[in-house]
Design a protein around this ligand. Structure first.
Ligand code: GRF
Length: 208
């Protein structure tokens, strides 16, 4: 599910093409008909679905229709790859622990928008990205992987965004690989991989 550029989607398409992950991207769903990611999907013959919230009386109805479409597709995994709307409770409960989100910060720091700007303003030493299972609260849920970069004194929003993006592509693909190859479960709010609890998120760091 995307709303914009779709560079994370492109990373998944590339990884699939290069057989790094044995996936089949069944569909790309968007709430924005102008999302560039839609072009990327079409170019790769991936079916696309556009849902315009303005066509529905309520947000719940909007999500109900997306849920119906996804149920027909019956995917193993739903990836929020830059889907900029907050899911409703019913959507999340319809697909328990099947929804992954990629977020451009080291959660729980900087939930929400403008993470690179906020990271710079707050003067943190490290920034990065997180892949987690989606729960009801915004940008929360069990964390699987994180990517960490050091914030340099000459970094600006653009350089941070570019460096974090590279990490997003890496940990998104690696998480999906893990999901395919291992038994990835949640128990008592923690991640269990092949029966072993993951005490800390799997961490990748930028290589300099
Ligand atoms: C990414 O930074 C992702 O972490 C966030 O939205 C952005 C989407 O970028 N949730 P793109 O559309 O994949 O280029």
């Amino acid at each position: 599910m995307i709303s914009g550029e779709g560079t994370n989607l492109q990373a998944l398409i590339n990884a699939q093409k290069e057989r790094k992950i044995s996936t089949q991207i069944m569909a790309v769903i968007t709430d924005n008909k102008d999302a560039y990611g839609i072009k990327r999907a079409k170019k790769n013959n991936i079916p696309t679905f556009f849902f315009d919230q303005r066509n529905f009386d309520t947000k719940d109805e909007f999500y109900l229709n997306i849920v119906r479409e996804i149920r027909k597709l019956n995917p193993d995994l739903i990836v929020l790859a830059g889907f900029m709307k907050i899911l409703n409770k019913e959507f999340i409960n319809a697909f328990p622990y099947k929804i992954l989100n990629i977020h451009p910060s080291i959660l729980p720091k900087f939930k929400g928008l403008n993470t690179h700007k906020r990271a710079l303003e707050s003067g943190v030493k490290y920034h990065g990205a997180t892949v987690h299972f989606v729960e009801e609260d915004l940008d929360s849920g069990p964390i699987i992987m994180q990517y960490k970069i050091a914030v340099n004194k000459n970094d600006d929003e653009e350089t941070l965004k570019n460096r974090v993006h590279k990490g997003e592509y890496l940990i998104l693909v690696e998480t999906i690989k893990l999901f395919i190859m291992k038994d990835l479960k949640i128990d008592n709010n923690s991640i269990i991989i092949d029966g072993v609890p993951l005490h800390n998120p799997i961490l990748y760091e930028e290589s300099i």
